[in-house]
Structure formats: C-alpha cells, structure tokens
Design a protein around this ligand. Structure first.
Ligand SMILES: *Cc1c(COP(=O)(O)O)cnc(C)c1O
Length: 492
C-alpha cells in the first residue's frame, strides 16, 4: 500500500500559502483555551491533492459506476442542480430573515409544492419533512389527528403489507399505533381476503407502497383503497417508489389520502452520505388541513402584484422540522423538475420501467424470478441457483463489486428468500445495462464452477467483507491502516 498522508509528513512542508496580514491582528482567546500543538500532517500541495483524490476513490458512488440498489433509486444527480443550489442569492439567505426579503426563496418553494401536488394528484404539499421516514411519521400523525378530531380515538390499527419497507412499521410504532401485517398474494398484490377481517372501527388506516418493494404495481389498489375508506380508515402511500409513476399515475386519483415523496430518490437530489434528504408530504382534501407547516401561500393584490407568505394549515400537526425543511435540496429538486418538464418526467419514468424490464428479461433466464410479472422500476430475483447450492445472494452481491458495480439491495423484501432487488434507474444507458447483465451472467457461471471465488469476494476492493453491523455501530472515523481496522474481518 502506498504511504498515506500521515506517513509523508515532514516538518516544514506546507500546502498552503497565506497572504501577508493586512488587517489588525485580532486578539487570541485566553491562554488556557489555546492548544500547545496540533498533530496535523505537514505535506506538500501535491501530497494533499493525492490524499483526497485517493480517499474519494475508496468508495463507490453513482458518479463512478452503476448503483442498482433496489428501492433507493440511485439515479444520476445532475450537476446543474448543484449550480442552481449555489446561486449566491439563494445561498446567502437565512431563515430568520423577514419574508419580504426572501420572496424568491418562497417562490421556489411555492412552485415546488405545486409541481409535487400536480404530479401526485394532491390538494396540498408540505416540504417540511427531512426524509422519507420523516414523511411517514408526519402522515401517520396526520391520520391520528384526523381520527381524534372525529372522536375516533380507538382507531389505532395501521395495516401494513408484508412487502413493506422497514420504516413503515417503525414510523407507525413511533406514533403509538399498532401495526398489523397483511399477507401478499401469489402475484405480489395485497391479499384482499387477508385485509377484510381488519375492516372495522379500530382501523386507523393502511400504509401501502405502490409499486411495492417487489417492483410490482398492486393490481387491486383501487379496491383496497375503497375498502379501507368504507371502513372509516385512511390510506397512506409510501411514495419512495414514485420514480415509476411520474406523469403516469396520480396517487391522489387512486385513493391515497397522504403520500411522501423522496426528493433524494425520484427527484435526483444527493442520497446517502451525500444528503441531507427531503421527504415532502402531499395530502388529499381529507387531510390537507393537517399537513405539517408552515407551507408557502401566494397572494395577489388588486394591482396584480404577487407576494408569498408562510401559513400554518388550519389543523396542522405542527412543525416537524426546524425552520422550513432542507431548502438547498428543494432548489435542486426544483431545478430537476424545471429542466425535465412534464414530458421529461414522464419519459424518465417510462425509461426507468423499460430499463428494469429489460434487465429482468435477461437475468430471469438464469436467476429465479419468484413473481413473474411485468415489473415497474425494479424487480426482485433470487440469488440462489439450483446447481450452485453453496452460493448465496450475499456472495453474488459481493462479487459484483469486482466488476465495478454496487451490489443490489439484498435480503429485502423479506418475503423473498435470498432476495436480490435490482433497480437500474432511467439514467443508465443500454450499454451499461448490458455490461451489468453480462457480469451477472458470468457470476452465475462462476457460482457453478468456482463457488469459493464468490464466497471470498470482493477481490478488487480496498476492503473485503465488512462486519456491517459493527461498521455502523462502532465506526472508525480516524485513519488507520486496514490491518488494524477493527471493522474489517480476518480475511483482510
Ligand atoms: C427509501 C425508502 C423509504 C425511506 O426513505 P428515507 O428517505 O430513507 O427515510 C421508505 N420506503 C421505501 C419503499 C423506500 O425505498
């Protein structure tokens, strides 16, 4: 391994050149607050440059290669979004400024609320929540407030299909509701017969992801929404998978009362370590008054002049986030929507669905496909081959790293054993999809011929297999040689 920055340090080397002091020197803090010395490496500019570029290469990102992490919609984040978010007039504003001085910011928020409402078929949208799960929490609080306003305090049961994302039952439990799991049928839809016993006066609602985490559009969704409404319940839509639907289906028209969008998935804002996220919620007339606030309203005076202001929805559950949500992220999503336009958003969803079906068709020739239907934006294979019994989904996922691909989501959804959940997104070209398919097919062959090759993968990554739980719980955040990194297992 090449020497790292701490080993290259030599006294007196310096990568920075500060100009002569041409202002009065400021007073230093009292002596006892000052450090004697600070153990920083002393290196040249070139060493510094290499250090950071090398660090940036240790991790996989969508700017490096395909990232087919199902459910997460790791599409390309257009760099023009970043430029928009860095416009001086936007960057140099502060949430404590009087609204008259930040009308441009409010105009962007108001338009974004409008675009999301239009795409989702909703009455109103709040941009407050900071992530998808935070949107779920908001929506569940809204549903609870709705029932309490009607004196229906006993409505505390939230139905959640067995194909749901883990955040769904977690959000429900945080609000103090009871979750009841509902089976999926053999085609991956919600089982209507399993739903029926719960349609009573204890029902608060149903939380449904559509398309679900199998990448399938629920064929009974209209009936499901109707049944829940007839029983006095409301329907929450987990809209994290909205990338499949833009311009095609409006969840509000289907019967959803409230839904969250993931700006950091569908609307191309940075994701994961590149966050922060944003999970706006849209609401139908049933719940619009309960949205978290403030939201932006537009007024027009008699002379036709426009003014924006913050308002609290009438029966709002209140603030769910400090200030107004993640404004810089809103600007990026706004830029994305304006860049694509209505037709472009529709085209994106069409291409996302086409790309997924293309890969599904090729890969299902070799890997078992438990729900054999036309998929939406993603699909779930089994990473288990009859003639390679010693190889598991995890081994296939890890081997993909050697081919330059991020592994798909694995072992989720829980209803598919050895699941590999693949979401190519619309931003990958046919050439890249073909290279990915080729890698997957070659891995299947390797699984039969040389299972150990897969079991010990990855072979060409900076680190081998990590103890993922420990890496998350006890992260090592300072530099150490991989050999003494406790988050790396013995195979390193
Ligand atoms: C990503 C995701 C969520 C949660 O969104 P976060 O922004 O990560 O909190 C919820 N449901 C589904 C289906 C998702 O894919």
């Amino acid at each position: 391994m090449e020497p790292v920055i701490y080993e290259l340090s030599a006294p007196g080397r310096c990568a920075a050149h500060l100009p002569e002091l041409d202002v009065p020197a400021s007073q230093l803090p009292p002596e006892h607050l000052l450090r004697e010395d600070l153990d920083l490496p002393e290196v040249s500019e070139l060493d510094l440059m290499r250090h950071y570029v090398r660090l940036s290469q240790l991790n996989h990102g969508v700017d490096v290669g395909m990232y087919p992490l199902g459910s997460c919609t790791m599409k390309y984040n257009p760099k023009v979004n970043e430029e928009a978010a860095r416009i001086t007039g936007l960057v140099e504003t502060h949430p404590y400024q009087p609204v008259e001085t930040v009308q441009g910011n409010l105009a962007i928020m108001h338009e974004l609320q409008g675009y999301l409402a239009e795409l989702g078929g909703f009455e109103a949208v709040s941009l407050q929540p900071a992530a998808g799960a935070h949107g779920e929490l908001s929506g569940t609080l809204m549903i609870r407030a709705y029932h309490r306003d009607r004196g229906d305090d006993q409505r505390t049961i939230m139905l959640i299909p067995d194909s749901a994302h883990g955040t769904n039952p977690a959000s429900t439990a945080m609000v103090g509701m009871e979750t009841v799991e509902v089976r999926s049928d053999a085609r991956g839809n919600m089982e209507i017969e399993a739903l029926k016993p719960h349609l009573n006066e204890r029902l608060a609602g149903l939380m449904l992801t559509n398309p679900n985490t199998l990448g399938l559009y629920d064929e009974h969704v209209l009936e499901v929404c109707r049944l829940v409404h007839e029983a006095g319940g409301l329907v929450y839509g987990d809209g994290a998978n909205f990338n499949a639907l833009m311009g095609i289906v409006k969840p509000g028209d289907v019967g959803f009362d409230v839904l969250h969008y993931n700006l950091h998935k569908t609307f191309s804002t940075p994701h994961g370590g590149g966050g922060p996220g944003s999970g706006p919620v849209g609401a139908a007339p049933t719940l619009a008054d309960y949205l978290p606030g403030p939201i932006v309203a537009r007024d027009e005076n008699e002379a036709g002049a426009t003014a924006y202001r913050f308002v609290m929805p009438e029966r709002s559950i209140g603030r769910i986030k400090s200030f107004y949500g993640h404004f810089g992220i809103m600007v990026r999503a706004y830029a994305y929507i304006r860049m694509l336009g209505a037709q472009g958003l529709l085209d994106s969803s069409m291409a996302a669905v086409l790309n997924a079906n293309y890969l599904q068709a090729i890969l299902s020739e070799v890997y078992p496909l438990p729900y054999d239907r036309v998929c939406m934006h993603e699909f779930v294979l089994q990473g288990r081959l009859e003639d390679a019994p010693d190889v598991r989904a995890l081994d296939i996922a890890k081997r993909l790293i050697d081919f330059g691909f991020h592994p798909p989501t694995n072992y989720f959804p829980l209803i598919v054993p050895e699941a590999l959940m693949i979401e190519p997104t619309e931003t990958e070209s046919k050439q890249t999809l073909d290279r990915f398919a080729e890698a997957m097919l070659r891995i299947a062959q390797e699984a039969r011929e040389d299972p150990e090759l897969l079991q010990n993968a990855p072979h060409h990554a900076p680190l081998r297999r990590l103890d993922e739980v420990r890496a998350a719980r006890e992260p090592v955040l300072s530099w150490q040689r991989p050999e003494d990194d406790p988050a790396t297992d013995e195979t390193e």
